[in-house]
Design a protein around this ligand. Structure first.
Ligand code: SF4
Ligand code: SF4
Length: 180
């Protein structure tokens, strides 16, 4: 796993300053704005907004057929309209303080021991060593949070039996069987 200092120099040399264009929140291509969100992040947004779970999140769209004939998926995503994330209001994130790690760290992502960079018009802008360090620290915290969620999913998955004919989301909290 990469350490903060390893990532800091890479980010500083790439450069980044968010232009607040909202492009990463809008649908510019199929699933371009698919934002995975963990149960803990959903609960933080619920507490901040008073919204219900199902108003905030929808199942990750790729379902897998279980041995029982039911189907499951292993993640939740922030709900979207045909145009954008439901939390994009007037070009701004209405849950900015509570936005998920993916949004917080865009356009960067740690993939195993490498830094992946997504398309973004803010790339290439000068970035101070201090800001690069903060971005790197966030990326490492995100990676740790994702590893913890994945471990939780694996533990639940080992015991989960998807009911025949039903669809379910298996996350670190348990198996949630969907209505309909
Ligand atoms: S992260 Fe990039 S794509 Fe997203 S709002 Fe900022 S500049 Fe635009
Ligand atoms: S949660 Fe906020 S930052 Fe993330 S995609 Fe939605 S509007 Fe954009």
């Amino acid at each position: 796993m990469l350490e903060v200092d390893d990532v800091t120099g890479r980010i500083e040399s790439i450069g980044f300053c968010c232009r607040e264009c909202g492009a990463c929140c809008r649908r510019v291509a199929e699933d371009s704005n698919l934002v995975l969100v963990s149960p803990a992040e959903i609960r933080a947004i619920m507490a901040a907004t008073g919204m219900a779970w199902e108003e905030i999140a929808e199942p990750y769209p790729d379902f897998i057929t279980a041995g029982t004939g039911g189907e499951y998926t292993l993640a939740w995503c922030i709900r979207r309209t045909d145009e954008a994330c439901i939390f994009l209001h007037g070009g701004r994130c209405s849950i900015y303080v509570h936005r998920p790690w993916i949004c917080r760290t865009y356009p960067f992502m740690l993939v195993d021991d490498d830094l992946a960079v997504s398309e973004c018009p803010g790339l290439g802008a000068p970035l101070s060593p201090c800001d690069a360090h903060d971005a790197a620290a966030d990326l490492c915290r995100r990676q740790a949070a994702e590893a913890e969620e994945e471990a939780g999913i694996r533990a639940v998955f080992r015991e989960a039996v998807v009911p025949p004919g039903k669809r379910a989301v298996i996350d670190s909290e348990g198996m949630k069987v969907l209505d309909g």
